[in-house]
Design a protein around this ligand. Structure first.
Ligand SMILES: Nc1nc2c(c(=O)[nH]1)N[C@H]1C(S)=C(S)[C@@H](COP(=O)(O)OP(=O)(O)OC[C@H]3O[C@@H](n4cnc5c(=O)[nH]c(N)nc54)[C@H](O)[C@@H]3O)O[C@H]1N2
Ligand SMILES: Nc1nc2c(c(=O)[nH]1)N[C@H]1C(S)=C(S)[C@@H](COP(=O)(O)OP(=O)(O)OC[C@H]3O[C@@H](n4cnc5c(=O)[nH]c(N)nc54)[C@H](O)[C@@H]3O)O[C@H]1N2
Ligand SMILES: [Mo]
Length: 766
C-alpha cells in the first residue's frame, strides 16, 4: 500500500549530507534562532518577544517542559525555544481568501512544512458536509453546530476529546470538566504517545507517575544517566543544567544508539567561553546501546551490584524499611543470561563493567530519560527495572538522587494533573462530584490508540482536538486518516494550520485560539494562565503580544462557550470561569490535591512546587504501602536476517509535527528530510550504497505492507542493526496494534524494516 506523500517532502534536490557535529549550541545555535525569528516576526518584535521567554513576569516557553529554576539569565531561551516562539508569534496570517483559494483536498496534499509556514489562523472556519472548501463561520454558529452534533450522538462515548500538551492548567481543567459533565472519559492526549510508559511504571513502583528530582538535585548528584534522550535538540536548557552539574563534580553517562551532539560537548551561548572555546565535554562515558537494549543493560547492572563484594553496594536499611519485593527481584536477576544481555545491548562486558565502576563510585544517582525509553513494547518493564536499579542503593527520596523522566510538551504534565486522563482515579472523580454537584462517568475512556480504533470501527463519530495534530502525530497514518475521514464531525482548536485540518470528517471546524505569547483579555481584565513543568513546579504564564487577530478566543473561552451551548442545564457557572480565571483556580484548589491557595501561591515569585510523597518524605503511596521492586522478563528483540530496527526521531528543525525547516544541523543534514541513517557495516552487509534511494517497508505480524517511499540512505555512526529516520514521515510504518505492554504507547522507536531499492512502488529487496 503505497501512499503518495505530500509534495515538497519529496523535493530533496538540494539535500546535502556532511559529517555530524560533535558539540551542540554556541554561536551557530543563536544565529540560527535569530534568523528564523527575524523571518517570522521582524527585528523589533523578535527582541521584545524573546526577552520575555521564561522570565518571571513573562510567558512560559512553549518549547519544552524543562524547568526554569533560579538561574534565569536575562535571555533564558534556547535556539529551539526561540524557534517555537517565532512559529507562534509570526506576523504571517491565514485569511478567508486563503481557504477560498485552496480546497481541503489540495491542503491534504501539502507538506507539514508548507502548511505550518502559512501563518496564524485568524477566524473560525467551517467545512460543510459535501463542500470542498472551508468558509468563515461566526463563533456562535460554530458552537451551536458542534453542540448539536455532540448532543445528537447515541451515547457521549461516541465522542473523542483529544488534548495536546500546550494547553494551560486553566483550560485543561475546564475542558475535562465539560467532557465529564457531557458524560464520557474519552480524553486521550499526546501523553498516550509520549511518557505514558513512564507514568505507568512509576505509579506502580513508587506510587506517583511523576519524576522525583528537582533542578537543584542535578548539582548534588554524583552520577547522572541520560538515557534515550537528545537534549541538544529537544531540551537545550537541560544542557546548561548538566554543564552546571559537571562543574560541581557530577559524572554523566549517555546511553543512546546515536552519538547525539548535545550529549558529547556543549558550548554555552550565554557564557563567553561557550562562544569562543571548545565548550564543555558532557558525557564522561557513552554507551552506544542497540535500540531496545536498556532493560538488559539495567538488569545486568543490577545483577553485578547484587554480586559485587564491594562494601555497601546495596542499601539494606532502605530496602528493609521502604521496599517490597526485593527477594523475588533478587532471585530473578541472579538468573540473568549474559548472552542475552550482550545480544540485546550490543555492548561488551567490559563496557558494562566500566559503567558499574561509575555506579559503585557514586553515592547519589539520577536517571533521566525521554522517548528512547518510552516508545518500545517493553518500555514499562524497562522503566520498572530502572526503578529497581535506583531502589537497590536507596536512590529515591534523598537529595541528588531519583527518577527524572524529561517531559516533552511544556504543560503535558500539568494537563494530567488537571484531569486530562482517560483513566481518572476514583478520588479525583469524587472530588469533582462534590465540587460541581454532578455524577461524573466512572468507566474508563479511550486512549489515543483505542480512539483511532473506535473511529475506524464507527464506534466514535465526533472528534474534538484541543491543540495538537492528531492525524499526523499518531501511528499507521493510512489507517488513522481513514478513521478521521469516517467521522461525522472533526473540530480542531488550533493556533496554526496543520494536516488535521485537511483530513476531516464530513463536517469540519477550525476554532482558532490565542497562543502563549498573546494577551488574554476577558470581562474582568487581563488574564494569566499557569503551567506545571517536568519537575512539578507550577508557575504563571503571561502573554504580552497583541493577539494574531481580533477574532481569536482563548482556549478557556472556547471550552466555556461550547459547554454552555452543549449543556444548557449543567448548573455549572461557565460564564464566571470565562470572565475570571481565578474562579477556575479556586475550583482546582478544592478538587486537585496540592493546589490549596492556588491563586495566592501562583502569584508568588517563581510559583510553587507540588508535593511528591517519595521525594519529600520517602513515603510510597502504592498498593503495598512501599516502593515496589518488580520482576521484569528480558525478551531479546531479535530482528530477522536482512532487516533493521528503525527508530523514528525528531530533527533539529521541527517541533513534533511542526516542521520549522529542512535541516538537521547536528546530524549533518541540509535541505531534506527523507533520509535514513544506517551503520556503514550494516550497509556493507546489506549491499546497499551510501546515498542510495530506498523505500522503507515495515514488517509486522499482521502481514499488511506499510511502505514509506524514497529515502536517501546516509551512512551514520548509529549502533549496529539499528536505523533512524524522521517522524512524522515515517508514522505510516508504525502499526496501530504495535504498542507498549500496559501503557499502550505506539512503538515508534522499534519498527522492524527492510530497505527496498527504487522509489515509489519500490521493487526487489536490496
Ligand atoms: N525542538 C524540539 N523540542 C522538543 C520537541 C521537538 O519536536 N522539537 N518535542 C517535545 C516532545 S513532545 C518530547 S516528548 C521531547 C522528546 O525528546 P527526545 O526523547 O529527546 O526526542 P526524540 O527525537 O524522539 O529522541 C529520542 C532519543 O532517544 C534515542 N533512542 C531511541 N531509542 C532508544 C533506545 O532504545 N535506547 C536508548 N538508550 N536510546 C534510544 C534516540 O537516538 C534519540 O537520541 O522533546 C520535546 N521538545
Ligand atoms: N513516529 C513517531 N510519532 C510520534 C512521536 C515519535 O517520536 N515518533 N512522538 C510522539 C509524541 S512524544 C508526542 S507528544 C506527539 C505530539 O502530538 P501533538 O501534540 O498532537 O502534535 P504537535 O505537533 O505538538 O501539535 C502541533 C499543533 O498544535 C497546535 N498548537 C500549537 N500551540 C497551540 C496552543 O497554544 N493551543 C492550541 N490549541 N493549539 C496549539 C498547532 O496548530 C500545531 O499545528 O507525537 C507523537 N508521535
Ligand atoms: Mo511528547
Amino acid at each position: 500500500m503505497s501512499r503518495k506523500a505530500p509534495d515538497d517532502d519529496f523535493d530533496d534536490t538540494g539535500l546535502r549530507v556532511s559529517r555530524p557535529k560533535e558539540w551542540a549550541a554556541g554561536v551557530p545555535g543563536v544565529t540560527a534562532a535569530l534568523r528564523q525569528s527575524y523571518d517570522q516576526m521582524g527585528v523589533t518584535r523578535t527582541a521584545l518577544t524573546l526577552l520575555r521567554v521564561n522570565q518571571k513576569q513573562g510567558f512560559d516557553c512553549p518549547g519544552c517542559a524543562w524547568p526554569e529554576g533560579d538561574r534565569r539569565h536575562v535571555a533564558e531561551f534556547c535556539e529551539n525555544g526561540a524557534k517555537a516562539v517565532a512559529e507562534e508569534a509570526t506576523t504571517r496570517r491565514i485569511t478567508r481568501e486563503f481557504f477560498a483559494r485552496h480546497t481541503v483536498a489540495e491542503l491534504a496534499e501539502r507538506s507539514d512544512h508548507w502548511l505550518g509556514q502559512q501563518g496564524r489562523l485568524t477566524e473560525p472556519m467551517l467545512k460543510r458536509a459535501g463542500s470542498e472548501h472551508y468558509e468563515p463561520v461566526p463563533w456562535d454558529e460554530a458552537f451551536r453546530l458542534l453542540a448539536s452534533e455532540l448532543t445528537a450522538l447515541d451515547s457521549p462515548d461516541e465522542a473523542v476529546f483529544y488534548t495536546s500538551g500546550r494547553t494551560s492548567n486553566e483550560a485543561a481543567f475546564a475542558y475535562q470538566l465539560f467532557v465529564r459533565a457531557f458524560g464520557t472519559n474519552n480524553l486521550p492526549d499526546c501523553s498516550n504517545m509520549c511518557h505514558e510508559s513512564s507514568g505507568s511504571a512509576l505509579s506502580e513502583t513508587i506510587g506517583i507517575g511523576k519524576g522525583s528530582v528537582l533542578l537543584e538535585d542535578l548539582d548534588r548528584a554524583d552520577l547522572i544517566f541520560v538515557v534515550g534522550q537528545n537534549p541538544g535538540t529537544n531540551h537545550p536548557r537541560m544542557l546548561s543544567a548538566l554543564e552546571h552539574a559537571k562543574r560541581a563534580g557530577t559524572r554523566i553517562i549517555a546511553v543512546n544508539p546515536l552519538p547525539e551532539a548535545g550529549l558529547m560537548r556543549f558550548k554555552n551561548p550565554q557564557r563567553p567561553s561557550g562562544v569562543a572555546g571548545r565548550g564543555t565535554p558532557l558525557a564522561d562515558r557513552f554507551l552506544q546501546i542497540r535500540l531496545n537494549g536498556d532493560l538488559a543493560l539495567f538488569q545486568a547492572l543490577n545483577r553485578l551490584l547484587l554480586e559485587s563484594d564491594a562494601p555497601d553496594t546495596v542499601d539494606h536499611e532502605f530496602l528493609d524499611e521502604h521496599v517490597h519485593g526485593f527477594e523475588a527481584f533478587r532471585e530473578h536477576v541472579l538468573g540473568l543470561d549474559w548472552d542475552d544481555v550482550l545480544e540485546a545491548t550490543g555492548l561488551t562486558r567490559g563496557e558494562i563493567a566500566a559503567a558499574l565502576g561509575d555506579v559503585l563510585g557514586a553515592k547519589r544517582i539520577i536517571v533521566c530519560w525521554a522517548m528512547g525509553l518510552t516508545q518500545h513494547r517493553n518500555s514499562v518493564p524497562t522503566i520498572r527495572e530502572i526503578v529497581n536499579f535506583l531502589l537497590l542503593r536507596g536512590n529515591i527520596g534523598r537529595p541528588g538522587a531519583g527518577v527524572c523522566p524529561v517531559r516533552g510538551h511544556s504543560n503535558v504534565q500539568g494537563d494530567r494533573t488537571m484531569g486530562i486522563w482517560e483513566k481518572p482515579k476514583p478520588e479525583f472523580l469524587d472530588a469533582l462530584a462534590a465540587e460541581f454537584g454532578f455524577e461524573p462517568p466512572r468507566e474508563h475512556g479511550l486512549d489515543t490508540v483505542d480512539a483511532i480504533r473506535a473511529m475506524r470501527d464507527g464506534r466514535a463519530k465526533v472528534f474534538l482536538g484541543m491543540g495538537g495534530n492528531f492525524v499526523r502525530a499518531t501511528p499507521d497514518s493510512a489507517v488513522t486518516e481513514a478513521a478521521l475521514r469516517s467521522c461525522r464531525l472533526t473540530a480542531q482548536v488550533s493556533t496554526k494550520l496543520n494536516r488535521s485540518h485537511a483530513v476531516t470528517g464530513d463536517t469540519a471546524l477550525i476554532l482558532p485560539t490565542l497562543g502563549r505569547t498573546e494577551r488574554d483579555e476577558q470581562a474582568s481584565g487581563t488574564q494569566f494562565v499557569s503551567v506545571e513543568d517536568s519537575m512539578g513546579m507550577v508557575h504563571a504564564s503571561r502573554g504580552r503580544l497583541a493577539p494574531a487577530s481580533a477574532d481569536l478566543l482563548s482556549e478557556v473561552s472556547i471550552v466555556c462557550r461550547l459547554a454552555k451551548a452543549a449543556l444548557p442545564g449543567s448548573g455549572i457557572d461557565w460564564d464566571a470561569m470565562e470572565r475570571d480565571y481565578d474562579v477556575i483556580r479556586d475550583h482546582v484548589s478544592r478538587v486537585v490535591p496540592g493546589f490549596a491557595r492556588y491563586n495566592a501561591r501562583v502569584r508568588q515569585k517563581g510559583g510553587f512546587t507540588l508535593p511528591h510523597a517519595p521525594r519529600d518524605e520517602r513515603r510510597f503511596p502504592t498498593a503495598t504501602g512501599k516502593a515496589n521492586m518488580t520482576v521484569n522478563e528480558l525478551e531479546v528483540l531479535r530482528v530477522p536476517e536482512g532487516r533493521l530496527l528503525l527508530q523514528t526521531v525528531r530533527s533539529h528543525d521541527q517541533y513534533n509535527t511542526t516542521i520549522y525547516g529542512l535541516d538537521d544541523r547536528y546530524r549533518g543534514i541540509k535541505a531534506g528530510r527523507r533520509v535514513v541513517f544506517v551503520n556503514p557495516d550494516d550497509l556493507a552487509a546489506l549491499g546497499v550504497d551510501d546515498g542510495a534511494v530506498v523505500d522503507l517497508v515495515s514488517e509486522w505480524s499482521d502481514g499488511v505492507e506499510r511502505r514509506a517511499p524514497s529515502f536517501r540512505v546516509v551512512a551514520y555512526p548509529t549502533a549496529r542493526g539499528c536505523a533512524a529516520a524522521y517522524f512524522p514521515e515515517t508514522n505510516v510504518l508504525v502499526p496501530l496494534d504495535s504498542t507498549a505492554d500496559v501503557s499502550n504507547t505506539p512503538t515508534s522507536k522499534s519498527v522492524v524494516v527492510r530497505l527496498e531499492s527504487g522509489s515509489p512502488g519500490g521493487a526487489g529487496a536490496v
